[in-house]
Write a protein that binds this ligand. Structure first.
Ligand code: FAD
Length: 459
C-alpha cells in the first residue's frame, strides 16, 4: 500500500518505487485529515483538490481518498486489501512526526510494517550536521554542508505499477471520497496555478527556458515575472526538489547558483523545525519574548487594515491584495509586509503568519513561520530586529515604475510612475477610495526600536 501525502506525483517518487519494487499490486491512498485541512484556506484546499484529481487521473482513477484519522483509516484499508506493508515518505513537521509514530504503532498492531523512503527534501531534514554531529544554526555553513552532502540523482520515469482497484477496498466500511471532499469554493477572480504533476513539469521547463538566466537579477522585482512560482508545486510534491536540482546542475550562470541557494533555504528551515519543533509556533530565539505589543480595538483595526490591504502604504497594500487575489505574494513583498506588521503596527509575528498560512497556496509551516521569524529577528540566521524595512523606499527600489502597485491597487491606477508609492504627496491629494496612511512610518520605526531596547531580556 502507498500512502501519498506531500508527494503527489509519479516521477522520482522513492516511496512509490519502494512500494512497487516486488511487483505486487499497490493500493494508492490519500487520507484527508482535518488536522491539516482546517488551517488551510480556500485557495490551498482548492489547489490540493486539483492536485489530487490530477494524481488520480495519472493513476487511471485508482486513488482511494479516505477521510479520517490516518491511524484509524490505514489499518482498515491494509486489512481490506491484505497489505503487509504501508509505504510513505518522511515528514519533518511536528504534527506529521507524531501522526506517523501513531500510524506505525497502529499498523504494527495489525502485523503491517511501515516503510519510510525519501522525504519532500533533497536531503532529509536532520541529516546535514557539523563534523561533531551538531546542527547548523546559520544558513551559509548549512548551505555549504548541504551541497557537500549531496543527494541521489532523480529516478527516471515511473515504471508500470499494478494499481489495486479502489473498489477492492470497499469491504471496509470506509467510504471512498473524491477530491470534491477537499475542494473549497474560491472566488472566480482568484488566479491560481494549474495543479498537478504535468502542469508543474511544464511550468518548470518554461522557467528554465525563459526565467533562469535573469533570475539572479530579477528575483527581487515584484513588477516582473522574475521568479519561478514553483512554490505551490513544491509544497504538494508535484515535483521533487531533486529533479529541479538536477536540471540546475546542467546549467551555468548566476541564475542557477542563486536558485539552488533559494531551494536550500526551504531545506534549512525544515531542518530547523525538525530539530526545534517548538519553533514552528514560538520564537526560536527568545530575543523578542516579553516585548510590548499593541492590543485592543486600535490594534485589531490595524490588523484588519493590514489583512485587507488598506494601510495607506501602497507597496504593503499591493502585496496583501496580491495574497488575496492569487494565494501567493512575491518574496520581497512578503518581507516588507511582515516587517510592517511587526515593526510599524507593533503586533507579534504569529497572527501575521496565521493569516499567510490561511491564504497562501504555497503555505508551508517551516518556510512560512521561519520566514516570519527571519523578519522578526527571532529565528535562525535572522535579520536583526533593528532592520526595519521602509515600505516607501522598498517600493521605489523594487517596483521602480510603480507597475506592481497599479496592478493590485486600482484606486491608484491613474497615478503615473513611482509617484504611486507616496500618494499623499500628489498635488490633487490621495485618489478617492484609497486610505490615508494608518501610521507614520518614521515615528513607528523609532517606537519599535525603543520597545526593543526596553524589552525584559535587554535589561
Ligand atoms: P523562487 O524565487 O522562484 O524560489 C524557488 C523556490 O525556492 C521557491 O519555490 C521555494 O521553494 C524556495 N524558496 C525561495 N525563497 C525562499 C525562502 N526565503 N524561504 C524558504 N524557501 C524559499 N515559501 C513557501 O514555500 N511557503 C510559505 O508559506 C512561505 N512563507 C513565507 C513567509 C514570509 C514572511 C517570507 C519572508 C517568505 C516566505 N516563503 C514561503 C519564502 C518565499 O517567499 C517563497 O518560497 C517564494 O516567494 C515562492 O515563490 P517562487 O516559487 O516564485 O520563488
Amino acid at each position: 500500500m502507498l500512502w501519498f501525502r506531500r508527494d503527489l506525483r509519479l516521477h522520482d517518487n522513492p516511496a512509490l518505487q519502494a512500494a512497487a519494487a516486488d511487483g505486487r499490486p499497490v493500493l494508492a491512498v490519500f487520507v484527508a485529515d482535518d488536522a491539516l485541512l482546517e488551517p488551510s484556506g480556500a485557495a490551498r484546499r482548492h489547489f490540493l483538490a486539483g492536485s489530487l484529481r490530477a494524481l488520480d487521473e495519472s493513476l487511471g482513477g485508482s486513488l482511494f481518498i479516505a477521510h479520517g484519522k490516518p491511524w484509524t483509516v490505514l489499518p482498515r484499508l491494509a486489512a481490506a486489501v491484505g497489505a503487509t506493508e504501508v509505504h510513505h515518505a518522511a515528514d519533518a513537521m511536528p504534527y506529521g512526526r507524531r501522526r506517523d509514530e501513531g500510524v506505525e504503532q497502529a499498523l504494527a498492531g495489525h502485523d503491517v510494517t511501515t516503510v519510510v523512503t525519501g522525504s519532500p527534501y533533497a536531503v532529509t531534514p536532520g541529516r546535514v550536521t557539523k563534523n561533531d554531529g551538531a546542527p547548523f544554526s546559520v544558513f551559509t555553513p548549512f548551505y555549504r554542508a548541504w551541497k557537500h552532502h549531496g543527494w541521489r540523482a532523480p529516478a527516471g520515469p515511473p515504471g508500470t505499477v499494478s494499481w489495486i482497484d479502489p473498489a477492492d477496498a470497499s469491504s471496509t466500511s470506509l467510504r471512498r471520497w473524491t477530491a470534491d471532499l477537499l475542494d473549497a469554493e474560491v472566488p472566480g477572480s482568484l488566479q491560481l496555478p494549474e495543479p498537478g504533476e504535468d502542469a508543474a513539469r511544464a511550468h518548470w521547463t518554461d522557467f528554465l527556458d525563459e526565467g533562469l538566466a535573469d533570475y539572479d537579477e530579477h528575483r527581487n522585482r515584484p513588477d516582473l515575472p522574475g521568479t519561478s512560482r514553483m512554490s505551490a508545486y513544491l509544497k504538494w510534491g508535484a515535483v521533487h526538489p531533486r529533479t529541479l536540482l538536477a536540471d540546475l546542475a546542467r546549467r551555468r550562470g548566476d541564475g542557477a547558483e542563486r536558485y539552488r541557494s533559494e531551494l536550500a533555504w526551504r531545506e534549512f528551515y525544515a531542518d530547523v523545525v525538525h530539530r526545534a519543533p517548538r519553533s514552528a509556533r514560538w520564537s526560536l530565539d527568545p530575543v523578542i519574548d516579553g516585548m510590548q505589543w499593541d492590543s485592543g480595538a486600535e490594534a485589531d483595526a490595524h490588523l484588519q487594515a493590514w489583512q485587507q490591504g488598506r494601510t495607506g502604504f501602497p507597496f504593503v497594500d499591493a502585496g496583501m491584495r496580491q495574497l488575496l487575489g492569487e494565494g501567493w505574494m512575491h518574496n520581497r513583498v512578503r518581507m516588507v509586509v511582515a516587517s510592517f506588521l511587526i515593526k510599524d503596527l507593533h503586533l507579534p509575528w504569529q497572527p501575521g503568519a496565521r493569516h499567510f498560512l490561511q491564504h497562501l497556496v504555497d503555505g508551508d509551516l517551516s518556510s512560512n513561520n521561519h520566514g516570519w521569524q527571519w523578519v522578526a529577528g527571532s529565528g535562525s540566521a535572522s535579520a536583526a530586529f533593528y532592520r526595519v524595512f521602509n515600505p516607501i523606499t522598498q517600493g521605489e527600489k523594487f517596483d521602480p515604475s510603480g507597475d506592481y502597485v497599479r496592478r493590485w491597487v486600482p484606486e491608484l491606477r491613474d497615478v503615473p510612475g513611482k509617484a504611486v508609492h507616496q500618494p499623499w504627496l500628489l498635488a490633487d491629494g490621495i485618489p478617492a477610495g484609497y486610505p490615508e496612511p494608518i501610521v507614520d512610518h518614521k515615528a513607528e520605526r523609532e517606537e519599535a526600536l525603543r520597545r526593543f531596547a526596553a524589552r525584559p531580556s535587554a535589561a
